[in-house]
Structures are given as structure tokens and as C-alpha cells.
Design a protein around this ligand. Structure first.
Ligand SMILES: [Zn+2]
Length: 140
């Protein structure tokens, strides 16, 4: 998680969206990305999954990674993680926290666990609140 935080540090106010992919075999960080302005799809999770996936098109390498992200993935990014078949997801700040701290815009209020529960991988490991005491300030 500290690597994901470092990706966005120093974070613009309210915009601390950073993500890394961690190889499950050896714990190496194999990719990193941050979210930003511009197109509404410029999200850290989508960026890191897409960028790494383009470098490893067979998909096998993605299956051996955990997505670690500073905030709970939105439904678009949660679905991207499921379609990428990563080994799991860990996030810091919760969707509820983001909703409670405008001006972070969160137009679709469907949680990561809700998306996972309704998808093809309902047992995908998802852990929230990881180092939230360090990620929450990125969105204040
Ligand atoms: Zn997203």
C-alpha cells in the first residue's frame, strides 16, 4: 500500500488515486499508475491493469498479481479487475469515505464487494481499509 501511496505523492488535494500490481509469487511491484483529470476513464486501477495487460497480452502474468489501490475501486475498475482475473484486490480508503468527502466525485455508488458478488468470480479476495489512516488523508 505504501508503494501505491508513493505513486501519487505528493497528491493533489482530493486526488490521491494510486495503484500498483504486486506479483503474488515474490512480492515484487510489477506495475504502477495514478488516476488523473481528463477522460472519465483515467482511473489508477484501470490504468495499471491496462498498461500491464498490454505488455503481457496472454493474461497469465495478470492472474499472478494483486491489485493494491489507495481507494476502493469504482464499479468500472472493479469490473476491470474481475475481467483481468487478478488474484485479489486490496484497497485503503472506502467508497463511503469518498462519498462523505466532497468534492471527490463518485457518481456511481456500488461498492467493490457488491460488484464482485454479482460477477463471475464471487470468491475473489477483496480486503478494504488497508492503511486507511494513511490513504484517507489523500482524499481530504
Ligand atoms: Zn475507477
Amino acid at each position: 500500500m505504501r508503494a501505491a501511496i508513493k505513486v501519487v505523492s505528493p497528491a493533489p488535494r482530493f486526488r490521491g488515486f494510486g495503484a500498483v500490481l504486486v506479483n503474488v509469487d515474490d512480492g515484487r511491484i510489477v506495475a504502477e499508475a495514478k488516476g488523473g483529470d481528463g477522460p472519465g476513464t483515467n482511473h489508477a486501477e484501470l490504468n495499471v491493469l491496462r498498461n500491464f495487460g498490454l505488455l503481457h497480452p496472454d493474461g497469465e502474468a495478470l492472474h499472478k498479481t494483486v491489485l493494491v489501490t489507495t481507494a476502493e475501486p469504482c464499479p468500472m475498475c472493479a469490473t476491470c479487475a474481475i475481467f483481468s482475473r487478478v488474484a485479489g484486490v486490496a484497497y485503503g480508503t472506502s467508497l463511503e469515505f469518498l462519498i462523505g468527502h466532497p468534492p471527490t466525485r463518485m457518481p456511481i455508488r456500488i461498492s467493490m464487494p457488491q460488484v464482485v458478488a454479482t460477477g463471475p468470480l464471487p470468491n475473489m479476495p477483496v480486503v478494504g481499509g488497508v492503511l486507511r489512516e494513511e490513504t484517507d488523508p489523500l482524499f481530504m
